[in-house]
Design a protein around this ligand. Structure first.
Ligand SMILES: C[S@@+](CC[C@H](N)C(=O)[O-])C[C@H]1O[C@@H](n2cnc3c(N)ncnc32)[C@H](O)[C@@H]1O
Length: 183
């Protein structure tokens, strides 16, 4: 079901959705292990797709108290709203500041992004990085997964502490970046 919905969304908006199937359990498990180690209470997920990671964050990460979900593609967003009716689901990830205001929150402990930054302009990438950094608590974590090492330089410029995990068992082998904002 997830796979069919994802493929249909990809065919409608290939550059926005940027993958033909949802992320594998290997990526999801890798991220869940890390999240359960850092124990964030307030989390945002940017580019949730069909919700493979949302489902795991919601069900398998007991320390998360607030999970804000962002998905720009309308049919995927509707699917998320149906399945996760107890979570706030927003459209554009770039509206993070407004969403936090609406939730009565200022900053987050962890932001996780699957956004297809390969298709973003330099200006959008800079805006995204600055938005993410400024909305993390000191000591907060940023997790990003991607099919390339394109973001390594940007992330090194923004965060002091970065580690990269290669996950080969995915439709396209992926890199998961784990970054920490200094305290
Ligand atoms: C590579 S997919 C990842 C989906 C899912 N997280 C997964 O791992 O299977 C990227 C997702 O980001 C969404 N997206 C792209 N630009 C966005 C934006 N500006 N705001 C919110 N979501 C966006 C796409 O619609 C797509 O669902």
């Amino acid at each position: 079901m997830d796979k069919v919905l994802f493929l249909k969304s990809f065919l409608r908006s290939p550059l926005q959705v940027a993958s033909i199937i949802p992320s594998s359990p290997f990526i999801v498990n890798n991220i869940v292990r890390h999240v359960n180690k850092i124990k964030p209470a307030a989390v945002a997920e940017l580019g949730a797709g069909t919700g493979v990671l949302t489902r795991a964050l919601d069900g398998r990460c007991p320390d998360i108290q607030s999970l804000l979900v962002f998905e720009n593609e309308q049919s995927l967003k509707s699917h998320l709203e149906n399945e996760f009716s107890h979570l706030p689901v927003y459209a554009d990830a770039f509206s993070l500041a407004d969403a936090l205001k609406e939730q009565g929150m200022e900053k987050l402990d962890c932001i996780i992004s699957a956004l297809p930054v390969s298709w973003f302009s330099q200006k959008q990438i800079e805006e995204l990085m600055s938005m993410i950094y400024s909305h993390l608590h000191p000591g907060g974590s940023f997790i990003m997964f991607q099919f390339s090492l394109q973001m390594r330089k940007h992330l090194r410029q923004t965060f002091d502490d970065i580690s990269i995990k290669f996950v080969p068992f995915n439709f396209l082998p992926a890199f998961v970046y784990y970054c920490k904002k200094s305290v």
